[in-house]
Design a protein around this ligand. Sequence first.
Ligand code: B16
Ligand code: MG
Length: 217
Amino acid sequence: MIKLVVFDLDGVITETSEQHFIAWKTLADSKNIVIDREFNESLKGVSRYDSIVKILKYGNVLDDYSKEEVKKLMKIKNDNYVKLISKFNEDNINGGVEDLFIYFKKNNIKIAIGSASRNAPFLIKNMKLDVYIDYIVNPLNLDGKPSPDIFLDAANHFGISPTECIGIEDAISGIKAINTAGMISIGIGDKKILKDADYVYDSIGEIDYKVLEEMVK
Ligand code: B16
Ligand code: MG
């Protein structure tokens, strides 16, 4: 029986990848590194630090930057990103998300956010979704996806066995993290890309309640 559902944020509850892309591209451009939307795909679900390392490696300039300089670049990107998401509100919630939250609440199932983003609490509050959320994982001192740590932290917080949890993700690394954690994985996106997920739907609004009904029994 399912007792907890752990939701990823970007690509599941809302769409922030364009804002992440603009902020990373602005930074990369200033260092003469050319990144495109295809490259941005490889940054989905990846932590801020791991993303800057990937970009600097891609530009063959990683060794030119000290740890302090890397930190400064992360701050520049994040300040820009925070500006870009500052107006996010209820209109930015993906279709079907609130219905799912209401369904899980009705069935006494806990809801957690398992995002790599340190901006998750801000977004959840601005979209007025905090009323549904029982716990938001702080990813700061945890290994990033595909490590299972973010998902396991949510299960541990409630003392619930991972086998009684569902994880919902849009990134390959996230599905890997959920599967390694021993939870049921639901992928949102392309079936070919998210082939390792237990279930895959094109969008969160298309999740089959008949399938959920079997899991919550
Ligand atoms: P921040 P998710 C991830 O969100 C994004 O997909 C990824 O592009 C971003 O770098 C990461 O959060 C960290 O975000 O810089 O805001 O801490 O998909 O795990 O919800
Ligand atoms: Mg995501």
